[in-house]
Design a protein around this ligand. Sequence first.
Ligand SMILES: [Cu+2]
Length: 180
Amino acid sequence: MTQPTSPAPRPRDLRASSASRSANAERFTTPLLLPGQSGVLALLNASAAPPLRMTIRRRRLEFLPGKPSAMLVYEVDRHGAALINPVLVIRQGETFAADVTNHLDEATNIHWHGLSVDWQMDGHPLQAIALGATSSYLFPVLDRSVTYWYHPHTHLRTAWQVYHGLAGFFLVGHLAIEDG
Ligand SMILES: [Cu+2]
């Protein structure tokens, strides 16, 4: 009976991977984007609030230093700070209200993905916001606490507009932060 000739497996040599890990760490200079009080994905408490005044517009955003990207964004002004594609947080049972102005050079609208909303308030392609126009969205938040999202439902342009940035989170729940 022959013995196995191949050497027993050894613990993996970690030196190479730890060296490549540290090389990778040096390349990652852009911190992970987390929801904050302003900027991209800012948290916005929509509970017991007056109607949000939101614009849909073009913006150049610099996610990587020195490499600005041409984007389409949802934007809300909060005391002079721009909230870009804000994370909208509202308690179940409250009424969500937003006046949304389209500053793009094409029609768009907002669909409240996953929420139980009357079709006339839910960004049906027939309910487009014309160039320069403002549409008012108003609906009771009937759904349970889950992560939803919002995005355009523009006839033939939904994917293009989403790819270029039009998407945001809509959370049903309680936001335990002071957002002024
Ligand atoms: Cu959707």
